[in-house]
Write a protein that binds this ligand. Structure first.
Ligand SMILES: Nc1ncnc2c1ncn2[C@@H]1O[C@H](COP(=O)(O)OP(=O)(O)OP(=O)(O)O)[C@@H](O)[C@H]1O
Length: 500
């Protein structure tokens, strides 16, 4: 990847500082790295020659090593490390490198603000953590099984770095508790400070060793350069220390140390880690062996929840009606109800809080899934496929022709009849029926028609009943209107005296 000019980076926000460099968040997006938030690691001005040239050469080497990989290999590496992506130039010369910015969940809140959650923060006692103000945000990682899972991820990260690729055999070099960032939900790690990584065949490499992480063969001067076997020694130390808490946890060297949280390593684990820190290099396992042991150990100790059943009260319902989701489980703390369609998700539902079912109104039809959750894992099951029934809008459009009572025709009555007592005579005026007040027709609740799911027959009968009910109410309204109209007609003339 070609070097990037520093003036393209935009506003730089400080993220952290090491002994060699200051790391900043990059303000501008760069088309070379679409959708990435980037970090700029700039060598401190205090780093002078000959160190400056050495460190910049190491950075260029790390960028070049990544450039040799195919996209799948790069993606695998990027999932476990913030690897140098490109050099950054200022005034025509290299001043540092660009890498992916560590995502926000690898940070925690401390007394001094937000900081990268480095593996070393797991070693401090609860009292120290409280004094530093990160006791709360560290809480999830305090769980022994989360630490063991982080240890497994760290061993896996080193396995990825060590993976043979053609003739390449990469050596990480400066593994220590500060160069590993951790996140806990789910447990993940990212290797930082990857600008020291070099191929084992590169005899000009200079890779630092951190205090308390020197391999015996380097101390004893049997060899000057580090390799994958020294990496494993440091990895084993970092893991054992990451599983320890309290005073001197950062100095643990013995896998049987009481500082290591009890019960995490079984006798086989103690033996394996003892061989990993053995001064006899031939006895040291590969990073992959440590990972396999740790993964098996996590699975042995974990009791993830088990969903025994999950179902919907109705699989066909009217849009907007409630549906109840029911489940049975073993060992879940909370439940999440979700659907891939429409990003529907309700989280944190108490696993035992809704024996009658939890009501949901998802915005769209689709498969509804239930996930049981506890600290050790999740279990997901389909509760069924929800289908929405849309009742078409019913517009009752009643515009009857205006009802008028026509005037009666005048009649020429024969005289005899004229002698008869006067008959009621209707007025000839036209009387309009007052406006009809149309009744409110109650909505049809399909959910109430049948349980668990309404059958087609129930549905049609229900709709039929609703129409019948509505038409009776309309009848009544018309009758009431006609009665009103009748009352407005002129009263009949009073009856005359009886004819003798
Ligand atoms: N990719 C990144 N995204 C966000 N913050 C980072 C990133 N890389 C490093 N940091 C932060 O910057 C700090 C310094 O980084 P780094 O350890 O690489 O510097 P360094 O000077 O090489 O350190 P050292 O003292 O180990 O030589 C880290 O402790 C971390 O807090």
């Amino acid at each position: 990847m070609k070097p990037i000019r520093a003036d393209r980076l935009g506003t730089l926000t400080p993220l952290g500082k090491g002994g060699m460099a200051q790391v900043y968040r990059v303000g501008n997006p760069l088309p070379e790295f679409p959708n990435e938030t980037l970090a700029f690691k700039k060598l401190l001005p205090s780093i002078v020659e000959p160190n400056r040239t050495k460190l910049l050469t190491a950075m260029r080497t790390a960028v070049g090593l990544r450039d040799l990989l195919g996209p799948a290999e790069q993606a695998e590496l990027d999932a476990v490390a913030v690897w140098p992506l490109a050099m950054v130039q200022e005034g025509g010369g290299d001043v540092g490198l660009l890498m992916r910015c560590i995502p926000d969940d690898f940070f925690l809140d401390t007394r001094n603000g937000r900081e990268v959650f480095e593996l070393q923060l797991l070693c401090t006692s609860t009292k120290q953590a409280t004094a530093m103000g990160y006791d709360k945000s560290r809480e999830r990682a305090d769980k022994p099984l989360v630490r063991l899972a982080l240890a497994a991820r760290l061993a896996y990260a080193m396995e990825v770095v060590h993976r043979p690729r053609g003739g390449q055999r990469l050596v990480y070099g400066d593994m220590n508790l500060k160069n590993v960032a951790v996140a806990t939900d789910p447990p993940r790690v990212l290797l930082m400070d990857c600008d020291g990584v070099a191929d084992v065949g590169d005899t000009s490499r200079t890779q630092p060793n951190t205090f308390l992480f020197f391999p015996p063969e380097i101390i004893g001067k049997q060899q000057k350069l580090q390799d994958q076997v020294t990496d494993v020694y440091k990895l084993a130390l970092a893991i054992m220390r990451g599983l320890s808490t309290g005073q001197a946890a950062t100095q643990v060297k013995d896998p049987a140390s009481p500082k290591i949280i009890s019960g995490l390593l079984d006798p086989a684990g103690v033996a394996l880690f003892r061989s990993a820190v053995d001064s006899d290099r031939a006895r040291r396992p590969a990073a992959e062996d440590l990972k396999e042991y740790l993964v098996d150990r996590v699975l042995d100790l974990a009791s993830p929840p088990v969903l025994l059943s999950a179902e919907l009260s109705d699989e066909i319902t009217l849009r907007g009606s409630e549906v109840f989701v029911r489940w049975t489980h073993q060992g879940a703390r909370t439940v999440r109800i979700h659907s891939a369609v429409g990003n529907f998700s309700v989280d944190g539902i108490a696993a035992d809080g809704y024996p009658g079912g939890y009501p949901i109104k998802p915005p769209t039809a689709g498969e509804i899934r239930v996930t049981a959750v506890n600290d050790d894992g999740e279990d997901t099951m389909s509760a069924g496929r929800l289908r929405y029934f849309e009742i078409p809008d019913v517009h009752v459009s009643l515009h009857p022709p205006p009802v008028v009572l026509d005037g009666l025709p005048s009649m020429e009555l024969p005289r005899t009849h004229a002698e008869l007592p006067p008959y009621p005579m209707h007025s000839a005026e036209v009387v309009a029926v007052p406006p009809v007040r149309w009744p409110q027709v109650p909505p049809l609740r399909v959910a109430a028609l049948g349980s668990p799911a309404p059958l087609a027959r129930d549905l049609w009968q229900g709709i039929g009943r609703a129409y019948h009910d509505a038409s009776e109410r309309i009848d009544l309204a018309i009758r009431a209107a006609v009665d009103d109209a009748t009352r407005t007609l002129p009263a009949p003339p009073p009856a005359g005296p009886p004819t003798p």
